[in-house]
Each structure stands twice: as structure tokens, then as C-alpha cells.
Design a binder for this molecule. Structure first.
Ligand SMILES: CC(C)(COP(=O)(O)OP(=O)(O)OC[C@H]1O[C@@H](n2cnc3c(N)ncnc32)[C@H](O)[C@@H]1OP(=O)(O)O)[C@@H](O)C(=O)NCCC(=O)NCCS
Length: 180
């Protein structure tokens, strides 16, 4: 799987062995974890990895902080290849909220996904309508609100909002082959 470089973070594919270990409550000794790890979302992500829901370009990935190699969260994309669409999800451990990590990771993942146009020409996300922080992350990554709906989630009626971003058309320089 691919590793993706961001400014302060590296997005590193989550190995199945690490996911299985974390699900058993054991921290792999070779990995460094930020305070507050794992979150409930972390464990849900580990379950996805354990169940084989992984892909080369969609991850999921650990968000690894460059300065100390500590894992501060996870991010990933489910790929709908028939429609070249990626559905993204992300989480950061609570002590590291508000430092821009989710935004940085999402921007890097989106940029990466758009480099493979046959794989992804559209990125989408769903979040709770009242989840201001998550909505802000999506907006800061350039995504725009495309719809609202009410759904039953685990027995509770919740209002969800959808966001999307379409891959910009290639620039003239990208379209025109360079000289001989
Ligand atoms: C949502 C989440 C990923 C944000 O991570 P983060 O690293 O703190 O996000 P960022 O720092 O990149 O950006 C958060 C933005 O939300 C803003 N924000 C936070 N709480 C807010 C609130 N209650 N109201 C309005 N804005 C808020 C921050 O000020 C920041 O915006 P700014 O840079 O313009 O000031 C994190 O809160 C989280 O992991 N939550 C639990 C898991 C989750 O809900 N994942 C999303 C599932 S769709």
C-alpha cells in the first residue's frame, strides 16, 4: 500500500497485524501512540482492516505525526470504482483536536486520490449535521455541501449532511505533452 506525505503528517497504511493487536487491546511495541489512543473510531477502523476492507490508495492509514512518529488518528477512503468515487472518513485522538491534523490529512488524501483519475474523480463524505468540527474539516479541504437527509443510525434519528469535491480538470500544461 501507498504511504502519503503531508506537511506535518505521514499517512501510513495500517497493517493487519497492528489492527488485530489493537483489537485485542495490545499496542504493537514497534508503534508509537499519541495520548488518548485508541479512540472508539480507531477501533472501528481496526475492525475494517481486520475484515479486509483495505485498498492500495484508500487505506485506511494511520496519521503519523512527523516530529515524534506518534499515531494521532486514522483516515481512509472506500472506493467505488464503477463511479470513480471515494467516500472518506477520519478521526483524531481528542488531546490532538484543533491542531489542523484532520484537515491536513484529508487534503493530502484527496490530492493523492485525484492523481489516479481512473480510480477517483469525485470525493464524498457524510457527517452529522450538528458535527461542526467535522463539517469545518470538510469545508477547509475544499468540499462543498451537496445535500441533507434524515436517517436511522443505531436506532436514533439523525440528520446527515453530504459533502463532495470533484477533481478539477487537468491544466493545459498537464494535457499538453512536453517537448520531444
Ligand atoms: C472531527 C475531527 C476529526 C476533527 O479533527 P481535528 O484534527 O481537530 O480537525 P482540524 O483541527 O483540522 O479542524 C477542526 C476545525 O473545526 C473547528 N471546530 C472545532 N469544534 C468546533 C465547534 N464546536 N464549532 C465550530 N467549529 C469547531 C476548529 O476550530 C477547526 O476549524 P478552524 O481551523 O477554522 O479553526 C475530530 O474532532 C474527531 O476525531 N472527532 C471524532 C471522530 C469523528 O467525528 N470523525 C468524523 C466522522 S464524519
Amino acid at each position: 500500500m501507498t504511504e502519503i506525505e503531508a506537511r506535518r503528517l505521514v499517512l501510513r497504511p495500517i497493517a493487519e497485524s497492528a489492527a488485530l493487536s489493537l483489537l485485542q487491546g495490545v499496542r504493537p511495541p514497534e508503534l508509537v501512540f499519541a495520548s488518548g489512543y485508541p479512540s472508539q473510531f480507531s477501533l472501528e477502523t481496526m475492525q475494517l482492516v481486520a475484515d479486509g476492507h483495505t485498498s492500495t490508495h484508500g487505506g485506511p492509514f494511520f496519521m503519523v505525526r512527523g516530529q515524534d512518529q506518534a499515531i494521532v488518528g486514522e483516515i481512509g477512503a472506500g472506493l467505488d470504482l464503477a463511479n470513480a468515487t471515494a467516500q472518506v472518513g477520519y478521526s483524531v485522538v481528542q488531546p490532538a483536536w484543533g491542531l489542523g491534523y484532520a484537515t491536513e490529512a484529508l487534503q493530502a488524501l484527496v490530492e493523492h486520490l485525484f492523481t489516479v483519475p481512473e480510480l477517483c474523480r469525485r470525493v464524498v463524505a457524510d457527517t452529522m449535521a450538528d458535527h461542526a468540527a467535522s463539517r469545518r474539516v470538510l469545508q477547509k479541504a475544499g468540499m462543498t455541501c451537496s445535500g441533507r437527509r434524515v436517517e436511522d443510525v443505531d436506532g436514533a434519528v439523525v440528520e446527515l449532511v453530504s459533502y463532495e469535491l470533484t477533481r478539477p480538470p487537468p491544466s493545459r500544461a498537464q494535457r499538453t505533452p512536453s517537448g520531444p
